[in-house]
Design a protein around this ligand. Sequence first.
Ligand code: ZN
Length: 116
Amino acid sequence: MHEGAIAESIVDILKQVMDDNNLKRIVRVRLKIGKMSGVMIDALLFALEALRSEEDVISQTAFDIVETDVKAKCNICGEFYEYSDVSEVVMLCKKCGMPLDIIEGKEMEIVDVEGE
Ligand SMILES: [Zn+2]
């Protein structure tokens, strides 16, 4: 149900974008979803498809989803980490043992909206 709620909030945002810009329809939406965001992309797309028939705003919208890798940095020694596989993410710096700061990979945002 998590993804269902996200899909609904995306639709709400798109309605707002459509009103603000006097658009007739939304053609394409680019979403950025971090691998650590907890959002299942397949489930989100499924939820958006389910809304398509009842929400005019997305009736013909293409959704491009970019999944971003996890990036982490140690604030103590400055060591930088990047993971394409979430299961490899460590929370402590391998060099100094201090907790890492996740700087990318937890986000879920609308990057770009194309309408006409
Ligand atoms: Zn460190």
